[in-house]
Ligand binder design. Structure first.
Ligand code: ZN
Length: 235
């Protein structure tokens, strides 16, 4: 009887583990697990598949920048991140997201940022692209910036490609590439070539007006995706 009872406990434990594994197949974690899936025939035929980690900045109670009107930064970031991901996937790129819904990865700001880096490592990402929107002290600044480590050749050329494609959309000022090696956690502690795109200023009338339209966000997403694809084809 004792042995039977023990066996019963083991069976229950195994079942619980299985349920746990199944329920983990949701959200960003599931996306990370996809990296380990067996490659499909198409992937085998193409050259080694590139993995791009797309990070929608902020989430949940961390709204990011507050716009003059319309969507908060966290929602704009997620919308654009998902649009970029769709385009990349259509082009055979393996895409992993830091989040696909309105969540934080940690209530601590530093842990939240580090979790995003850690997920990109687990995903064995080739590139890390973070999407953000800006705001300025007096609401007078406009334009996009691309933050990176200029001494990391891969990160810099990725950033340069994205900058050029965004410039072509001609929706705001190009504030250029910014050295973030002493500025941003994601760049300072980057494990893979990393770029952080501030797509515009939500407290500036012109930038916010463009970003708050679906067509505007789609154009920005297409430009960033094309920049990434150009970089991948150069590699
Ligand atoms: Zn932000």
């Amino acid at each position: 009887m004792k042995t039977l009872k023990r066996l019963g406990i083991i069976v229950v434990a195994v079942l619980m583990l299985l349920v746990g594994v199944t329920s983990n197949n949701q959200g960003p974690t599931a996306a990370v697990q996809h990296v380990r899936m067996l490659p499909s025939k198409r992937m085998v035929l193409s050259k080694q598949q590139t993995t791009v980690f797309i990070d929608a900045g902020h989430g949940d109670v961390d709204s990011g920048m507050i716009p003059l009107s319309g969507m908060y930064e966290k929602d704009v970031n997620l919308d654009i991140a998902l649009r970029i991901g769709e385009i990349l996937k259509e082009n055979g790129v393996n895409v992993v997201y830091s989040r696909t819904s309105d969540v934080q990865l940690s209530t601590s700001n530093v842990d939240d940022l580090q979790s995003r880096i850690d997920l990109s490592v687990v995903a064995k990402a080739d590139f890390f692209v973070s999407i953000h929107c800006n705001a300025s002290e007096y609401g007078t600044r406009k334009g996009f910036e691309v933050y990176t480590d200029p001494n990391d050749a891969e990160a810099f050329s990725l950033s340069k490609n994205i900058e050029e494609k965004l410039e072509e959309v001609n929706y705001t000022d190009n504030n250029g590439i910014v050295d973030a090696t002493e500025l941003l956690h994601l760049v300072i502690f980057a494990e893979v070539p990393t770029t952080l795109v501030e797509i515009g200023y939500l407290d500036h009338e012109d930038d916010n007006a463009f970003i708050q339209t679906e067509a505007g966000r789609q154009q920005i997403a297409e430009a960033i995706a094309n920049g990434i694809l150009t970089k991948i084809h150069q590699s």
